[in-house]
Design a protein around this ligand. Sequence first.
Ligand code: F6R
Length: 260
Amino acid sequence: MEIIIKPSVVEAQLETAKILRRQIQRKPASVLGLATGSTPIGVYAALVEMHQRGELDFSKASTFNLDEYVGLDPKHPCSYREFMREHLFGKVNLSPANIHFPDGLAKDVPAHCAEYEAAILRAGGIDLQLLGIGREGHIGFNEPSSSLASRTRIKTLTRQTLQDNAKCFGSPDKVPHHVITMGVGTIMDTRHCLMFATGEAKAEAVARMAEGAITADLPASILQMHPVCTLVVDEAAAADLKRTDYYRWVYDNKPDWQRV
Ligand code: F6R
């Protein structure tokens, strides 16, 4: 795993956006896996700016989001689809036909999840998957105890996640308890995982993910087994990492052709 520690949240956001920019510039028809949550908002803002400066053309790209709440209309202000419209889809030239989302209103959830997996395969697989991490180590909404081989399916959120996601809904008990999420196995099949985490609340999960044991108790730890995984963090989220001197050394000595 490549671990990039940036001095500030803004610099970490920019680095993450540059990695996404490089992906799209190298392969305009990239298939992107996207995450929601408070952490990537600044990354999406940076991508929108790059697009407005003419550096980024999304017209050939396609996207698959990680997850959606079960029971929420896509137009609900707290749906993840609405989040993406507000922060990215409504501001760049992605073709609506190329945007894919789990359907929180699907009548037959298992059939819909199987179809989501099939759609990813039909698109050629995900080139670059943007990820965030939950305080208890989830990726997507693969909460602790999730099968490390899981595919897209329904999951029940932990009490911690309900609390963390309560802001839009007003209180934790108003947050839908179920989501459809790409599985850990689905995420592991993507060609490049790009995890972005900031703030001290994520420090413990980040350290366990990168340096701890691989365990379903912290699903993100499976990323140690991913052949191409980049972790971008600010200093606060890096606070519990042990080998920071080495990570900084690697970054400072990165060959020019690997830089974004
Ligand atoms: C959301 C997702 C989640 C979040 C994680 C962190 O699509 O997949 O894994 O990335 O819950 O959320 P924030 O950024 O709000 O701390």
